[in-house]
Write a protein that binds this ligand. Structure first.
Ligand code: C2G
Length: 441
């Protein structure tokens, strides 16, 4: 019996895939189809796959062409599969010519002509691209990062930037339309990424929602509890997507860490300790305070994220100490907040006027998770135990600091009309409550 194997993502299964599978089957008597896992696709740069692994497997199964379906999960697995399953022929479309020649050592390699004029990418784009407008103008170069990252996200298109009257040096040479006022940007976009100053977020988000635009806003999206509640209700009423932009929430390593901790690998969580600091150029105080975000807004949301996502939002007590650059303007250079939960504690330290080790430690009754600095953009963490032999290291792919995944989740939420599951509203609101208290106390 001649055994043939072929691999693919098979997203939104189409005629091109089916023709490939039919011809693959004709190369032998038995066809094995390897469907790529979501994780493997992410690693190999395919971040815009619309269907889940199960849906894609079901679609391949429904063609009735495959005799066996397996999941492709890691680099180098093809060699393993070919040996293990006793494969005679490996085949794939001509878009891969030459790429899999290394498999000739193990079996015959056949590249089949790709069917012209059809692709998953085109099908995905048939529902018109989401036109993204960018709102910002602070000293942050974050706007530039989001702009660059949006260029690699399928289904997104840059409509333009409203830079709030400021010159954005880093974007000067980019071929992008600049808008002089917020309202005119609305006419050219479906959705907005907002990174104006924290005190302007509420107005900007509200205006966008009222104009029927989906919003991804750099956290905190408001400074008052009643404001975020109003925004949440407005988004719901208008059936619009409203998301917090905290890039860490979308990073694979961080998400896996949450799952590992929640599955009880370190026992019960007794403490979450998160530190986030950054120092930017400081020439004169007034200029610095005017241009930069204070510590609580710049880093509070990121540092609070693992606290609220792991321990929940029902703490009993919270205690804060801030050091100020400018007390009147509420510009903290460093802030420490501690939380008492019934059976756990948490501590965050954030600063734009101090530098510290930006690590995250989640301690439990059986062991702890250690994420080295800078933990908020990590691709790696360790689970450590009393018995060091049991320690384990975890590595993941992180492209574009997580921004790419965040934008992709935003686009997906818009096209599927469902709020994203990365940051729940109770967590967003609790973050705003902490910041609200900071301003009121
Ligand atoms: N294909 C085709 N004609 C098209 C589109 C796709 O013949 N118009 C083929 C591809 O060449 C591939 C298969 O259909 O052999 C599946 O395509 P994708 O789902 O795009 O998967 P791909 O990213 O090519 O993965 O390990 C994975 C493999 O390397 C291939």
């Amino acid at each position: 019996m001649k055994k043939v194997i072929t691999y693919g993502t098979y997203d939104l299964l189409h005629f091109g895939h089916i023709r490939l599978l039919e011809r693959a089957k004709e190369l032998g008597d038995y066809l094995v189809v390897g469907v790529t896992s979501d994780g493997f696709d992410k690693i190999r740069g395919k971040i815009n796959v619309q269907q889940s692994l199960m849906e894609r497997i079901e679609a391949v199964k429904a063609t009735g062409i495959a005799d066996e379906i397996i999941v492709e999960e890691y680099e180098g697995q093809k060699i393993d599969d070919i040996r293990r399953l006793g494969i005679d022929v490996f085949t794939v479309g001509s878009d891969w010519v030459g790429y899999f020649d290394y498999l000739k050592e193990y079996c015959e390699v056949v590249y089949l002509d790709r069917t012209k004029g059809i692709s998953s990418t085109e099908i995905r784009q048939k529902d018109r691209n989401v036109r993204l407008g960018f709102v910002g103008g602070s000293a942050h170069n974050i706007l530039h990062k989001y702009y660059t990252e949006s260029l690699v996200v399928n289904g997104a298109e840059v409509a333009g930037i409203y830079n709030m009257g400021q010159t954005l040096e880093t974007l000067r040479d980019e071929p992008v339309q600049m808008f002089d006022d917020y309202d005119s940007l609305f006419n050219s976009c479906d959705a907005l990424y907002i990174v104006s100053k924290p005190e302007l977020h509420y107005e900007h988000v509200k205006k966008a929602l009222l104009a029927g635009k989906h919003v991804l806003c750099e956290a905190p999206m408001a400074l008052r509890m009643e404001e975020i509640e109003e925004l949440e209700a407005l988004a719901k009423e208008k059936k619009l997507i409203l998301m917090d932009a905290i890039k860490t929430a979308y990073a694979t390593a961080y998400n896996r860490l949450l799952l590992i901790v929640k599955s009880g690998r370190i026992g019960d969580v007794v403490s979450v300790d998160a530190t986030c600091t950054s120092l930017s150029k400081f020439e004169n105080k007034e200029d610095y305070v005017a241009k930069n975000w204070n510590s609580i807004c710049a880093w509070g949301p990121t540092a609070l994220l693992p606290v609220f996502q792991l321990l929940g939002t029902n703490y009993e007590k919270k205690n804060r100490k801030s050091l100020y650059f400018d007390r009147e303007k509420k510009f903290d250079s460093f802030t420490r907040i501690s939380f008492d939960y019934p059976k756990a504690v948490a501590n965050i330290k954030v600063g734009v006027g101090a530098k510290s080790e930006g690590e995250l430690v989640v301690s439990g009754t059986k062991g702890y998770v250690y994420v080295p600095a800078p933990w908020w953009k990590t691709d790696y963490f360790e689970v450590r135990y009393e018995n060091q032999e049991k320690n384990k290291r975890y590595f993941y792919q992180l492209d574009g600091e997580g921004i790419r995944y965040e934008l992709s989740a935003f686009i997906k939420a818009i096209s599927s009309k469902t709020q994203n599951r990365f940051i729940d509203f109770p967590v967003s609101k609790e973050i705003v409550r902490v910041i609200d208290d900071f301003y009121q106390e």
